[in-house]
Design a protein around this ligand. Sequence first.
Ligand code: NAX
Length: 330
Amino acid sequence: MSACVKVAVTGAAGQIGYALLPRLASGEVFGPDVRVSLHLLEITPALKALDGVIMELQDCAFPLLDEVVATDQVERAFDGVNWALLVGSKPRGKGMERKDLIRDNGPIFIGQGRALARAAADVRVLVVGNPANTNCLIALHHAGQAGVPGDRFAAMTRLDENRAKAALAAKAGVQVGQVKRTTIWGNHSATQHPDAENARIDGRPAAAVIADPEWLRGEFVQAVQQRGAAVIAARGLSSAASAANAALDHVRSLLRPTPADDWFSAGVASNGSYGVDPGVVFSYPLRTVAGQAGPQVVDGLELSDWARARLAATLAELQEERAVVADLLD
Ligand code: NAX
């Protein structure tokens, strides 16, 4: 056993970090022959809590867990990493508007984008911290100025996709694995568009299995969009286990070619597909294709006028977010 993968996780002492780290260290993502080195970044006041998390990792006695680096220094955290899971960001405070959150978190991703470019030669980046699409836009912009290709960066919408699949499966009375090709379009926010028009259940169009167009355009869409709020209302805390799980699903999806009967969703820098302005980080249906560096957008899907209007609305929100951080993209 000689291979070792280095994974940076930011916000490692937070609740998603707590759910994510043991699963990374267990070997379930990179396989039983690959050691995992964890590079954990936190802000200085959270380093003590991070120590406790590391003690627990040690107490799991994972045979594949190699070194664990804990630091509040960005470049040390990103030194030579193969993967960077950017989870850490400031939470939305009481009475804070989405715009304020975007302004507050933007600078974190300038520094992290630049540091990734300096410290990690060959890295794949997943931005989880909210507002994920715009944070990703900032990070890839600044890493890009130092030559890191934009197709290494993604913003996480996989949790939304998993929520959509689970909702379709429950409605159709099938196992969730029978639901495929479920796209989240646009922003990881309440304007996202979960697409049942192109989804398949047991290889058949979802609308042919769930003969309830009103539910598909109404309750289904709202349930996916509001699921995060529903978890907070029930648990008193935001989604953590499911968010960590989705991040790992995303990494796995990039590690091997996507089967022909499926695709996955993530926010990536648009190449103009589906009328989205180039550069905006927009969630698309994607496939990993052997020999291609980054995931490829699944082109040519049919969308109703209703769905197209919803894509336009989520794009408009992303354009507004980009305008809010325009000075951070100079
Ligand atoms: P927590 O508040 O539990 O943890 C966040 C951690 O980030 C804290 O320990 C904090 O000290 C650390 N942090 C803050 N600024 C940092 C910086 N500059 N560098 C390194 N670490 C820093 O939040 P948690 O529940 O773990 O959620 C983390 C982020 O994920 C939030 O922004 C949250 O909104 C976002 N989410 C994104 C999801 C998605 O699907 N894209 C779903 C889940 C989650 O809501």
